[in-house]
Write a protein that binds this ligand. Structure first.
Ligand code: PLP
Length: 398
């Protein structure tokens, strides 16, 4: 098949048309015209082992040849292993519980239901979210997503969602108004442009939720599963949430999401209140166990931190780079001019995949397995892309 407008006409015009990708290996992907790209977006923070990694391929193949799917009337060994693994990595202790879903939006859908189960008995229905948040596209998760372009065509939304500004003062005002059942927040806002929360914001959110008997639910769909150099971003903040949602890197390309609860929040769901046909099916569970096991066995989080630091200092050399945000291998590169879209396009033309979540931010989220070769090639291609779009600094002769 050749990639052109005709070939695209059968797809709803909701997705990208940048190229027709046919196969990949490691950090590289190839299109139908024989072009090779260095993939530093990683399927938007998903392909944590790169493409066609033997651990991933082997897990899918073995499980497909054993047991691919069962109904949710049954449990499977892989599900039990994954739930125990996630509890251990999150540090929930014995009381923790895990539900396996298929995506980030679904995990967050369940977080909305968790908030209702917690708050409804005493009439507390407010769910606090943070300006710039992105929590997904299904109606519950979309209702938590304040971006007008995403949400407004689908109003009315789930009621009683209140947006706070990224400031401790705004947070305190929202709790003072009363009626808060839960706060749902990303430790680093990936879609907003890898935006960090102000110093002390999460710690204060933890204090206020505890004081007001509300749940603190962290959306770690993008930041979790090791992406920021710890298994969960909250582990660098010195706080323990009531629940965490996961997706993206947990399956390294296989669709999987999860809600992990801590302490009393683990007792809220009861039989009949939630379920999913595919959530945590044997294939997804086998892949996640293999992927997370490999990250652990190979000590890949050390590489995430080391390569993250190497990339940050590398890009900082370019005069168009004003700074970097994020942690580990979730990196926002802030440009000194609003040319991110042009830089993304220039990178694409040079065989580098990155994205531009805002006018002046480039986001990269490469595989945890990258080494010197990938970093060097990235810096070469990225520098060339920035050079191509940098506003001229030459002075006009008087
Ligand atoms: N939450 C966050 C923080 C995300 O970054 C995303 C996706 O980008 C989602 C939720 C939605 O996840 P999914 O696209 O798997 O439904």
């Amino acid at each position: 098949m050749t990639w052109n407008d005709d070939a695209a006409r059968d797809l709803m015009s909701l997705g990208g048309r940048l190229a027709l990708l046919t196969h990949g290996e490691g950090s590289w992907v190839h299109d139908d015209e024989g072009r090779r790209y260095l993939d530093f977006l990683g399927g938007i923070a998903v392909n944590c082992l790169g493409h066609a990694h033997p651990v991933f391929v082997d897990a899918v193949a073995r499980q497909a040849a054993t047991l691919a799917h069962v109904s949710n009337y049954f449990a499977t060994p892989g599900q039990l292993e994954l739930a125990a693994r996630l509890k251990r990595l999150a540090g929930t202790g014995e009381r923790g519980r895990v539900f396996l879903a298929n995506s980030g939006t679904e995990a967050n859908e369940m977080a909305v239901k968790l908030a209702r189960l917690h708050g409804n008995p005493d009439g507390r229905t407010t769910i606090l979210v943070v300006e710039g948040a992105f929590h997904g596209r299904t109606m519950g998760a979309l209702s938590l997503t304040p971006k007008a372009a995403y949400r407004d065509p689908f109003l009315p939304a789930v009621p009683d969602v209140v947006t706070v500004q990224r400031s401790v003062e705004s947070l305190e005002q929202a709790f003072a108004a009363g009626g808060v059942a839960a706060m749902i927040v990303e430790p680093i806002q990936g879609e907003a442009g890898v935006v960090e929360l102000p110093e002390g914001f999460l710690a204060r959110a933890r204090e206020l939720t505890a004081e007001h008997g509300a749940l603190l639910i962290l959306d770690e769909v993008q930041t979790g599963s090791g992406r920021t150099g710890t298994w969960f971003a909250f582990q660098r903040e010195g706080i323990v949430p009531d629940a965490v949602t996961l997706a993206k890197s947990i399956g390294a390309g296989f669709p999987l999401g999860a809600l992990i609860t801590f302490g009393a929040a683990s007792e809220l769901f009861y039989p009949g209140t939630h379920n999913s046909t595919f959530g945590g099916n044997p294939l997804a569970s086998a892949v996640a166990n293999a992927v997370l096991g490999h990250i652990e066995d190979e000590g890949l989080l050390d590489n995430v931190n080391a390569r993250g630091a190497q990339l940050r200092s590398g890009v900082a050399q370019h005069p168009l780079v004003a700074g970097t945000t994020g942690a580990g291998l979730l990196i926002g590169i802030r440009l000194a001019a609003p040319v991110a879209a042009a830089a993304r396009q220039a990178a694409h033309e040079r065989g580098l995949i990155i994205n531009a979540p805002t006018d002046d931010v480039i986001r990269i989220a490469p595989a945890y397995t990258i080494g010197d070769a990938e970093v060097t090639e990235f810096l070469t291609l990225f520098t060339a892309a920035l050079d191509a779009v940098a506003p001229s600094t030459k002075e006009t002769p008087a």
